[in-house]
Design a protein around this ligand. Sequence first.
Ligand code: SF4
Length: 343
Amino acid sequence: MDKQPSYLELLQTGELERRVLRLEALLARCTVCPRDCLNNRLENELAACYSGRLAVVSSFTPHFGEEPALVGTGGAGNIFFGNCNLRCVYCQNYQISQTHKEQVKNEVTHERLAEMMLELQERGCHNINFVSPTHFAPQMARAVLLAARRGLKLPIVYNTNAYDSVEVLRLLEGIVDVYLPDLKYAEDEAGYLYSKVRGYTEYARRAICEMYRQMGDELVTGEDGLLKRGLVIRLLVLPNDLAGVRESLEWIRESLGPRVAVSLMAQYYATNRAGTDERYIMLSRRITESEWLRALSMLDELGMEEGWMQEYDGAAHYYRPDFTDREEPFKDIRDFNRARDQV
Ligand code: SF4
């Protein structure tokens, strides 16, 4: 029988509630992410992420565009948070992440957020996949507590841009079952130019080291073959090598090891300001097939052993919130390595 999610053990001992209270205390002078805005979100003072006391949920639905180990037959149970602590000029979900005035109408109580989780469980989803949870980590934890009391038993996936506070991640230990961080850039300058945030690479690497401390490199799967616990690092290949994929892969290999799962993504397309603003001309097109093949060859060259890669053709539509196609968008890196060894 599968081991139950560890938040249920924390629930039994009372530790889950203590953690939630400590996370919520961070909202009074907000240090929930590395921006450290110090605004009082409990009084709905807004700062860089335009988010106050309550979570904003733009939609929640079974989703089939994630990695296969999260999707299965019932889909990942995605909960798309509105607003964001980054301002990526190419954000593929900018309609929900960068429209805070419209998102106010999507504020939900903690109880409603817990109900959404239970509804996704009822609909047969295999996990609860919180998309862009960083700025709502305390509200997310509170909702996990409420839902766990009412019978939630699915793994919690923390699907993040990785601009996360290490202190918050420590408080999430045992609440989150699967960390799914992006590692967007290998240089802070790129983070500042394209996501409007300082020190992205340094903070993201620190955050991923903390996730690794909690999870190690083992992917724990259940009897259904789906992911129950672990760390998967996503790398979105950007045009003109702006993401620094080689440097990020080298860092992962050297700092964490070749068995850490990575997910190499080809789905970039020019949208939001990247599609219209001349300052971002380097981001104004899809990646070419040769850029994609170069990124794939790095996986091979660096001997990365675990994870997934998208198919180049058609990848651009896989991550949209309304993606419901059941066609498999990812290949397993181990199959890729086996095919290579047979050549
Ligand atoms: S979560 Fe929002 S308010 Fe808090 S520090 Fe980050 S950007 Fe600022």
